[in-house]
Ligand binder design. Structure first.
Ligand code: F3S
Length: 413
């Protein structure tokens, strides 16, 4: 792999130990994947910032970096932590656990990381431009940045993202190369399904697509329109059930204005027809829960947008969450603050629902709650909940989730 004179000097230690180690890791990664050189990135987004992921090893690594005077070189934001920093006691987080997360936050602050604590950094202070190269981790953020914005990032692993932030570069391979961004598998929606494509079908289709393609690049045709939130939900599900880091939806996402553009002029390697039967079969798979009684509802995965908070507030207005049922809505502080100013948070809280800010059901310790069954409108939550939250899960529409919160029973779609 070609290294510039400056990069060689970094590897010789001329810019300090943190940069030397970081570039060494990145250049080894590049060699393993056949990169020709390093490229500059506009920003980084890091996942090894929750105590759940970073643990004591993370605290040790960040303490060492701080001691050595390390600073991130590009705009760098943090993924969700393992606590709601303002309300962790109300969410029954053990004190010792919260203190370790607060320690990580202090260390990351000294490194210059912007404390966004969100999986939707593109709704805060890290908004990429089309064609920009990034060094991001967090599967749902990576797939959004690549697919919806048209920025370029591989799906970095924990700490590789920190290396990218410290050097401001990543090795040039994979999704940084235009020829590696072409579609590979075509999913064609049956006309009757396309004509009546409901809101909650987006995460279901994402789940189906992820399961089918693994890490190949899917192209979806037949969807006439999609909102920001539907694209966010689709991508997060596909990145959870599979390893999708880039998708194209013909006529909607920026690198797929036409079917031909999505495939770069090549023929699809595989062609899959999707009808109502495939959607129904996937819907079945997404729910492990056998009974209808639920004790916790999870909305806002990925973190809710302002439109979603407005929608939840409208559905909850003047109503009351069922006793014995918890409705938690995950969001970031920027969106929360805006929603507070707009009165949505008052409405949500008056109904007895809670905003879980800067973290989510999958990232924070829930042992003290003894939840048994979670209902969600998120394909990513549906995929991870049985293992991370340790409860049964029922996937359904947003409206049915809110209804479940009000009645304690969930209607399956
Ligand atoms: Fe975000 Fe947690 Fe979902 S990190 S994507 S809300 S699992």
């Amino acid at each position: 792999m070609h290294l510039t004179d400056e990069e060689k000097r970094i590897l010789d230690g001329a810019f300090g130990e943190p940069q030397r180690i970081a570039l060494n890791v990145l250049s080894k990664l590049g060699e393993a994947y056949g990169a020709d050189r390093m490229i500059e990135i506009a920003s980084a987004h890091i996942v090894a910032c929750s105590y759940q992921i970073a643990g004591e090893a993370g605290i040790e690594i960040y303490s060492k970096l701080v001691e050595q005077g390390a600073r991130v070189k590009v705009r760098t934001t943090s993924d969700p932590g393992s606590i709601d920093f303002a309300r962790w006691r109300a969410f029954r987080t053990p004190t010792e656990y919260a203190e370790r997360q607060i320690k990580i936050a202090e260390l990351l602050g000294k490194l210059g990381v912007i404390p966004t604590w969100t999986c939707t950094p593109y709704t805060t202070f890290n908004v990429p431009k089309f064609g920009e190269h990034l060094g991001w981790s967090e599967s749902s953020a990576v797939v959004f940045a690549n697919s919806v914005i048209g920025a370029r990032t591989n799906r970095l692993a924990a700490y590789i993202d920190v290396c990218a932030a410290l050097v401001g570069k990543v090795p040039r391979f994979g999704l940084h190369l235009p020829e590696r961004r072409r579609g590979e598998v075509l999913f064609e929606l049956a006309p009757d399904l396309a004509d009546d494509f409901e809101d909650h079908f987006f995460p279901v289709l994402g789940y189906l697509v992820g399961q089918t393609v693994g890490d190949r690049i899917p192209v979806i045709s037949g969807i006439g329109r999609a909102t920001f939130d539907q694209l966010k939900a689709f991508g997060a599900a596909s990145a959870a059930s599979g390893s999708v880091a880039l998708y194209h939806i013909v006529g909607i996402t920026p690198e797929a204005r036409t079917l031909e553009e999505a495939f770069g002029g090549r023929a699809p390697a595989e062609h899959i027809a999707v009808g109502r039967a495939e959607i129904d079969r996937t819907l079945e798979q997404m729910s492990t829960g056998k009974a209808d009684a639920v004790d916790v509802i999870g909305l806002g995965c990925p973190h809710a947008s302002i439109d979603q908070l407005r929608r939840y507030a409208a559905l909850l207005e003047g109503k009351r969450v069922h006793s014995g049922t918890e409705l938690w809505i995950c969001a970031n502080t920027v969106v929360e603050e805006m929603a507070r100013k707009m009165g949505y948070v008052d409405t949500i809280e008056a109904a007895g629902a809670k905003l879980l800010v800067g973290t989510c059901h999958n990232d924070c310790p829930l042992g003290a709650w003894n939840f048994r069954r979670l209902a969600t409108d998120s394909g990513k939550f549906a995929y991870y909940t049985p293992t991370t939250v340790g409860t049964e899960c029922i996937f359904t529409s947003t409206e049915a989730c809110i209804e479940a919160a009000l009645t304690g029973r969930v209607a399956r779609p």
